[in-house]
Design a protein around this ligand. Structure first.
Ligand SMILES: NC(=O)c1ccc[n+]([C@@H]2O[C@H](COP(=O)([O-])OP(=O)(O)OC[C@H]3O[C@@H](n4cnc5c(N)ncnc54)[C@H](OP(=O)(O)O)[C@@H]3O)[C@@H](O)[C@H]2O)c1
Length: 274
């Protein structure tokens, strides 16, 4: 497994800013489970969303026993029409301070040879559901004056990639969407971060790669999700974990994107009068 230095994270400050409830879309395993574990350790209650009730209940009960948190399991397929609105409705009676858009992986495909149906399902999960959930939870965060949204994107969203046409395109949407929300709401107390995640050892990855795949060069999900939580609290709009061809250039890409965003916050005041 590849090493990733963990960023410092003040747990009390995190709980105060993003508790008492967090919602994780795609929570039963992989990075969703890593987010759930670290949030539970901080004493934050959880709405756990995925397709498998039994997996959510097993995780929720384990975290409740270990950390004394409350949880709610919500069974929802994120690729369905209206999924985002149903997740917001399922948590409407809770004081939600954090929404995590986690699930969003896809396998390698050949765009012209495949049917477009699978592509539309990915668009619904990574775009439509994210839009509705961010819009619904964002209204609540604005009303309470603090909170956050984490969008698990991918390094594949920084540019096109062969055999990942729709995946790359939806991840680019996620990154631009999260950066834009960061720039729009940062000064109003709402934090938004996109994670340009690297290849990580999750159950989904293991289902997608050929047998015998060398996992020595992949990251541990819990390291990446820890840094996402720390980056959110630190007020960062985007995190990129260097991976793939040209990875040495990514720290500069990250710095350039942030400088551009900061510039646009001032530039936009000409138009919004803010
Ligand atoms: N793993 C990597 O190497 C890698 C690299 C870069 C970026 N990422 C990004 O990191 C995020 C997490 O990736 P991951 O590898 O952990 O796999 P993932 O398949 O995106 O997420 C797995 C979790 O999401 C749930 N889930 C999957 N599809 C769902 C659906 N249609 N409706 C509801 N829940 C669903 C699964 O639970 P159920 O089976 O119970 O529904 C499980 O809890 C994704 O956004 C992915 O794009 C991953």
């Amino acid at each position: 497994m590849r090493e990733l230095a963990r960023l410092p994270l003040d747990q009390a400050a995190f709980r105060d800013r993003y508790g008492p409830w967090a919602v994780i879309a795609g929570a039963s395993e992989g990075t969703g489970e890593s987010f759930a574990r670290e949030l539970a350790e901080m004493g934050i209650n959880l709405v756990l969303v995925s397709r498998r009730q039994a997996a959510l209940e097993t995780l929720g009960e384990a975290l409740k026993a270990e950390y004394g948190i409350a949880y709610r399991a919500v069974v929802q397929d994120l690729t369905e029409d209206g999924a985002g609105k149903r997740i917001v409705a399922a948590a409407a009676d809770l004081d939600v301070g954090l929404y995590i858009s986690n699930a969003g992986a896809d396998g390698f495909s050949s765009f012209f040879e495949d049917s477009a149906d699978a592509a539309h399902r990915l668009v619904r999960m990574n775009i439509s559901t994210l839009i509705d959930a961010a819009n619904g939870f964002g209204k609540g965060l604005l009303a309470r004056g603090k909170g956050g949204i984490i969008v698990m994107a991918s390094g594949a969203g920084l540019g096109g990639q062969p055999n990942l046409a729709l995946y790359s395109a939806t991840k680019a949407f996620e990154i631009n969407f999260a950066e834009s929300l960061w720039a729009e709401y940062h000064e109003r107390g709402i934090d938004v971060i996109a994670v340009g995640a690297p290849i990580m050892l999750t159950p989904t990855l293991l289902r997608l790669v050929p047998e015998g795949f060398d996992v020595s060069d992949v990251y541990a999900p819990a390291d990446v999700t820890h840094n996402a939580l720390a980056g959110l609290l630190a007020g960062e709009p985007l995190q990129i974990v260097p991976d793939g061809p040209g990875k040495e250039k990514l720290p500069q890409v990250l710095a350039d994107r942030k400088a551009r965003l900061v510039g646009f916050i001032e530039f936009n005041k000409m138009f919004t009068g803010g």
